[in-house]
Design a protein around this ligand. Structure first.
Ligand code: ADP
Ligand code: MG
Length: 146
């Protein structure tokens, strides 16, 4: 699915709508350049899941955790997770317990640690300064063995 956003608010709204498709155990990768709107989209997802508080970038904490009406959410920024050791220190495996929704920015840095099935959101810059192309997809869902 592809959607064109013209503002940060529209990207948040797209995230809020996308939230309706999510349930605990879902892993969502959020990719795109710095400033593309990954955190804005994640903020919208949390709003859509019923979270009313502030949602900030997990840049320094790496992981921010939220309790929402639709279940627990962990929001990661893997920008500084550059090797296996850093990932191990984060305890990422423990988050893959199927009990929560994971939102993962810069998932390319942990590509080898992603589960067999996950959902993808890519945000690309559009022609105008505030326009963004948001593309959603899935990996691994077509495999009936899983
Ligand atoms: N259409 C848009 N969607 C999302 N953010 C936008 C858009 N237009 C402008 N912006 C701005 O771009 C920045 C996106 O920041 P952020 O969500 O933190 O990006 P990322 O997490 O991808 O680095 C914000 O300053 C926001 O106001
Ligand atoms: Mg971000």
């Amino acid at each position: 699915m592809e959607y064109c956003s013209h503002s940060a608010e529209e990207t948040e709204q797209a995230g809020a709508r996308y939230a309706a498709t999510l349930s605990p155990g879902d892993v969502v990768t959020l990719d795109g350049d710095l400033g593309a709107g990954k955190t804005a989209f994640a903020r919208g997802v949390l709003r859509g899941l019923g979270y009313g508080g502030r949602v900030t970038s997990p840049t320094f904490a790496i992981a921010n955790e939220y309790e929402t009406a639709a279940g627990d959410v962990a929001h990661f920024d893997m920008y500084r997770i550059l090797d296996e050791e850093a990932l191990w220190e984060l305890g990422f495996e423990d988050y893959l317990d199927g009990a929560r929704i994971l939102l993962i920015e810069w998932s390319g840095n942990i590509a080898g640690a992603l589960p067999a099935r996950y959902k993808t959101v890519s945000i690309d810059y559009g022609a105008a300064p505030d326009s963004r192309i948001i593309t959603t997809g899935e990996v691994g869902y077509e495999n009936p063995e899983l």
